[in-house]
Design a protein around this ligand. Structure first.
Ligand code: NAP
Length: 339
């Protein structure tokens, strides 16, 4: 029997997780929660997802727009083994009480604090520690991208220190409310950005500091990563270690991929759903040592890189697979990730 997964918060992340869960053979979507009868709600219903509302008061607006709803979130939670909460940040605390009332396992996204779940998840770094947990949090898109690179390097060569500059997309492509539209914004002005401490919620021993700059783009984040390793290795060693990772795609600027715009074009040409790219995109020819320190650039597709991690976390928390490596490969195969 397939594990039953509910999605609360069917937006940028929630709708992608719903489709990724549906692609697996050991889990299925039992319903998604919407607050209003938007185009996303209609498309969810069209895809065959049962649509529930977050409160009784909102049923009327669905009825008036001719959309059928299956019931309220309370009814959905009673049918689910686990709920993926992808509501906008800071609703988590309130919803936690509801999930506890319905005795359903729950996982949140990076907009919530580590303390809410008490456990932060990354597939390669700590899958086995999530086995059977009731609550977990999938770290943010940037933190997920950083851990995918830092964890294997630390394991193999040891990291003495990591210093990261994150050039962050200002808003998602469908978001017309946020900016800037013509500026670069140090965010925050006073370092560190929250990403370094967030990495430490999973890899507590890594000495990391990060700074962030909001940029006038919606496509992807770009990371400039600088690492001092404990053990000596070559550029080729780093390239081969990262190339073996299940969710890192190495690209070369000589192939004409010199920007995040071309990475997005690559994703579309690969036929990826919504033009998503679930892997870290590491420029192979950016991997270099200078004065003994490692440098590289990577691009992170903020809308989708956490999606496979959500699937693995479901598998771990429900005990569907004890081996993290096997779960990663299973998720990847179902999604078509061949990195
Ligand atoms: N977007 C990213 O780049 C990104 C990357 C990684 C992690 N995250 C994290 O993922 C989480 C979700 O972010 P997102 O970007 O997916 O946000 P989003 O696009 O705004 O989607 C969230 C959805 O939640 C729904 N919602 C609003 N209030 C709700 C409520 N009270 N109850 C149930 N649903 C409600 C909204 O849909 P309706 O009101 O139409 O139902 C909205 O579309 C956040 O923690 C965020 O930090 C985001």
């Amino acid at each position: 029997m397939k594990a039953k997964v509910a999605i609360n918060g069917y937006g940028t992340i929630g709708k992608r997780v719903a489709d990724a869960v549906s692609a697996q053979d050991d889990m299925e979507i039992v319903g998604v929660v919407k607050t209003r009868p938007s185009f996303e709600a209609r498309i969810a219903a069209g895809k065959g997802y049962d649509v529930y509302v977050n409160s009784k008061e909102n049923i009327d607006s669905f009825n008036k727009s001719g959309m059928e709803v299956r019931g309220t979130i309370d009814e959905l939670l009673d049918k689910a083994d686990i709920v993926v909460d992808a509501t906008p940040g800071n609703l988590g605390e309130e919803y936690k009480k509801l999930y506890q009332k319905h005795r359903v396992k729950a996982m949140w996204q990076g907009g919530e604090d580590h303390a809410l779940a008490g456990f932060s998840f990354n597939s390669e770094a700590n899958y086995e520690d999530a086995l059977g947990l009731d609550f977990a949090r999938i770290v943010s898109c940037n933190t997920t991208g950083l851990i995918r690179v830092l964890y294997p390097l630390d394991k193999k060569y040891g990291i003495r220190k990591a210093r990261v500059t994150l050039m962050r997309r200002a808003a998602d492509p469908g978001d017309i409310k946020k900016g800037p539209i013509n500026a670069l914004v140090p965010d925050p002005v006073k370092l560190p950005s929250h990403h370094g401490p967030d990495v430490n919620s999973i890899l507590p021993d890594i000495d990391i500091t990060s700074v962030g700059v909001k940029t006038s783009t919606t496509l992807m984040h770009l990371h400039a990563v600088n690492i001092e390793l404990k053990e000596t290795c070559s550029e080729d060693d780093v390239i081969s270690l990262l190339g073996e990772r299940p969710r890192i795609m190495l690209i070369n600027s000589k192939d004409g991929i010199k920007s995040t715009a071309q990475v997005m074009e690559l994703a579309k040409d690969m036929g990826r759903p919504r033009g998503d790219i679930w892997e870290n995109i590491v420029w192979k020819d950016s991997v270099s040592f200078d004065r003994g320190e490692l440098y590289l650039f990577q691009a992170i597709h903020q809308e989708s890189d956490v999606v496979p991690e959500n699937v693995d976390a479901i598998r771990a928390m429900l005990g569907l697979e004890a081996d993290g490596g096997k779960s990663i490969l299973k998720t990847n195969k179902a999604l078509g990730i061949t990195a």
